[in-house]
Design a protein around this ligand. Structure first.
Ligand SMILES: [Zn+2]
Length: 88
């Protein structure tokens, strides 16, 4: 069992969180000009780095998205920050 640090609520059980997307993985725009290949790459081509990774997670209890830094090899949690421009 792991504990993740929500920047708004503090340490919570990992079961309270849901993975959203790799940080910096932006949806291609505008939608009417996105090719099938670009859309498929957006949906399925993730970097999935071995080692330190920055990911957007949702804390289901408070409903806030944030960036979680973790090591995908050791499973160590390196920190968390709010999304840019988000205050509460
Ligand atoms: Zn929270």
């Amino acid at each position: 069992m792991q504990h993740f640090p929500c920047p708004f609520c503090g340490l919570r059980n990992e079961t309270e969180f849901h993975f959203a997307v790799e940080a910096g993985h932006s949806r291609p725009e505008p939608a009417e000009r996105v090719s099938d290949a670009e859309w498929a790459a957006y949906l399925y081509a993730n970097k999935s780095p071995k080692g330190e990774s920055r990911e957007v997670w949702l804390h289901l209890s408070c409903g806030e998205y944030f960036i979680l830094s973790r090591d995908t090899v050791t499973r160590a949690v390196l920190g968390s920050v709010t999304l840019p421009g988000v205050t509460r």
